[in-house]
Design a protein around this ligand. Structure first.
Ligand code: PRX
Length: 661
């Protein structure tokens, strides 16, 4: 493959890449994009026709942002598991590997072909049916990164059950909250898994969560446990807990299961994500639009071809894994890698070793991983043969130019285009991204909207009467979408008003993303991070209010305020200002207790990197915390605190600055 050409800070895709790409120029993109937004009926209708529909839709789309109502492929009936499995076999891919599982132990590899996946999924769907699971029931999944996870997801999808996957790093309390909110009566978990040479028990956490649910009056009456680890005993409760392996091997379990034909707008899954209040939101995605959008975005953005081997390093517990390890790749008939472990074990070349071993051609990861591996030195990728790679991707947070350039040089060999893909749990799929053969990229810029996406960087508005105005070129605005796209979330599970209030009020008539963005002269978007009270720690999204609620529930804490601050590897980290109750003294021991408490309440991903005990917080006279000041102090920008005279007690700022951690 040819080299990437750099000119004035722009990186042009190699000619041979361009020649084989689905979209090979910006003009071609502009034409397609124009049609996608002006005539979605034809554009999305044609793409959707590449998939199987049991009953064709009557109308492609109807939406009313004034009410927060969105529908796609209205009246259509389909099944995503049928498209991801049966249809691939019909297209001749039956013996192609669908899921390529690499466990933490090097020799622990399971390759499942499309035919094998269909049998496993059908069996497990029949197991779920035997357990009484029906269309619309919620199934909680608390599994590590093992091949049984996509099997469980597709089995739910096959029978119309709504899966809600809880990331394995969440604590028992966080798992409880999600099970309760979703009202799940059945939980799928594993006895444990490998993590950096040690074993971790998912079942122990799951048991605690189930006990906590019982205290709230909710019974989880069926637990299916994958025997991931050998010789790893976990207590099994008779009548409630059974082994996955025994269930699918039972003599009454057939390996054939007819799919339930789902209405395009029937729910597919709920995935909890953090917002600006203490309670996570159950982001609801439906069947038809999500399927079409993950299918199309995977195909065009990763320029996916049949011979590619795709490796996305995300955890399936996050949306990236849902859309780009499972649904998008399988709907395209791809081979998708599921990797159990971490990038640094046993050595910081594990990703590169996997790329070499399986001849990965498309690699998709997060900037935090790139930065962490960059710190380990160039010798690690240099030892590996990375010549199979032809395209790289980045997701989860802004990628800093230094990391971008390292990725480009040391992983991409200066020949692989990089797609910096911006999206969210809410968006279902990638919204702003380069199309890798179509235009030059600039490090730090996610570039242009995908098909069907009308993105704008708008000036803040104080009321609906004010017109929506774009921020001037190269000035920050609020990233919003003018219309819906098929993969867009359809609601917050159980909280219809929250959906509308969170996304459609800030910029009336638009979907408000919560991110800041600028647009340059080329129309390229550069993402500037969150403008709400959400922080991105190592690409994990965390609501500061959630962490505050956890801190405040500790007996010694009177009040707290949590903000983000820049971190070299994690992108951002959490800084907690804590006011203690009278009678409690600040100490390092207490800091440790607070960290342990947050880990217990939410999980390790929420533990604050820094804690500062303060006598008070900077508040306005109406009692509102001035977070702007707290952010500046946390970031060390103490000479840019701005006007503090409007504070109820300006002197507290000096104390906070003096005690900065
Ligand atoms: O702030 C943006 C950031 O991640 C947020 C969404 O987080 P989550 O719902 O957990 O989904 C992450 C994976 C899709 C966004 O609001 N973000 C995601 N991708 C990028 C990004 N920020 C900058 N550049 C990106 N490429």
């Amino acid at each position: 493959m040819g080299k990437i050409r750099e000119e004035n800070g722009k990186f042009y895709p190699p000619e041979d890449f361009v020649e084989q790409a689905y979209v090979s120029s910006r003009e071609e993109y502009e034409k397609m994009w124009k049609q996608s937004v002006e005539d979605p009926e034809t554009f999305w209708g044609e793409i959707a026709s590449e998939l199987y529909w049991y009953k064709k839709w009557l109308k492609v789309n109807r939406e009313d942002f004034a009410k927060g109502e969105i529908e796609w492929f209205i009246g259509g009936k389909t099944n995503i598991s049928y498209n991801c499995l049966d249809m691939q076999i019909k297209k001749g891919r039956g013996d192609k590997v669908a899921i390529l599982f690499q466990g933490e132990p090097e020799d622990d590899v399971v390759k499942l072909t499309y035919k094998e996946m269909l049998k496993l999924v059908s069996k497990f769907a029949n197991v779920l049916k035997k357990k009484g699971v029906r269309k619309g029931d919620r199934v909680a999944i608390y599994l590590p990164m093992i091949w049984q996870l996509p099997v469980a997801m597709l089995a739910c999808a096959r029978i119309g059950a709504i899966h809600t996957i809880v990331f394995g790093g969440f604590s028992a309390e966080a798992l409880r909250d999600r099970i309760l909110d979703a009202g799940a009566k059945i939980l799928i978990t594993a006895n444990g898994y490998w993590r950096s040479g040690k074993t971790v028990s998912s079942k122990a956490t799951a048991d605690t969560a189930i006990d906590l649910c019982a205290k709230e009056g909710h019974t989880v009456d069926k637990v299916i446990v994958v025997k991931r680890l050998d010789n790893f005993d976990v207590p099994m409760k008779a009548g409630r807990d059974t082994w996955f392996e025994d269930e699918i091997a039972a003599s009454d379990i057939s390996d054939v299961c007819a799919p339930v034909w789902m209405d395009a707008e029937d729910p597919l899954f709920i995935l909890y994500t953090s917002g600006s209040t203490g309670k996570p939101k159950g982001v609801l995605h439906t069947t038809g639009g999500y399927m079409v959008y993950t299918y199309a975005s995977f195909k065009y953005i990763f320029d996916y071809k049949d011979k590619d081997i795709f490796f996305c390093t995300a955890d399936i517990g996050w949306v990236t894994g849902h859309s780009y390890i499972v649904y998008g790749p399988l709907a395209n008939g791809a081979t998708s890698i599921v990797f159990e472990s971490v990038p640094t074990y046993p050595n910081p070349d594990r990703f590169w070793q996997i790329v070499e071993k399986f001849k990965v051609s498309i690699f998709y990861t997060a900037p935090t991983a790139i930065r962490a591996l960059m710190k380990e030195g160039d010798q690690w990728p240099a030892k590996r043969d990375l010549s199979s790679l032809r395209l790289l991707g980045s997701v989860g947070e802004p990628i800093n130019p230094e990391a971008w350039l390292w990725y480009h040089k040391h992983i991409g060999g200066e020949r692989c285009p990089i797609v910096d893909t911006w999206w969210q749990t809410e968006t279902g799929g990638i919204l702003i991204t380069p199309l890798p053969g179509a235009w030059p990229t600039i490090p730090g810029f996610a570039t242009l909207p995908f098909f069907g996406v009308k993105a704008r960087a708008l000036q803040p508005r104080s009321s609906a009467d004010q017109p929506a105005v774009d921020a001037p070129v190269n000035e920050q605005g609020e990233l919003c979408m003018e219309r819906s796209w098929p993969g867009m979330m359809r609601g917050v599970f159980g909280e219809p008003e929250r959906f509308f209030n969170t996304y459609f009020v800030q910029q009336p008539g638009f979907y408000f993303s919560g991110d800041g963005a600028i647009r340059n002269e080329d129309g390229y978007f550069r993402l500037m991070g969150r403008i709400d009270d959400v922080v991105n720690v190592s690409g994990h999204r965390m609501g500061t209010a959630e962490v505050e609620a956890a801190l405040n529930s500790y007996p010694a804490v009177a009040e707290s305020a949590v903000v983000g601050f820049p971190h070299e590897v994690k992108g951002e980290d959490l800084y907690a200002y804590v006011i203690l109750k009278t009678g409690f003294e600040p100490s390092d021991q207490l800091k440790k207790e607070l960290v342990a408490h947050v880990r217990k309440e939410i999980g390790p991903i929420a533990s604050p990197g820094k804690i500062q005990f303060v006598p008070g917080l900077p508040k306005t006279r109406s009692g509102k915390i001035m977070r702007r000041i707290l952010r500046k102090v946390a970031s060390g920008e103490i000479d840019q605190l701005g006007d503090t005279t409007t504070l109820a007690d300006p002197s507290v700022v000096d104390i906070i600055v003096a005690g900065r951690q």
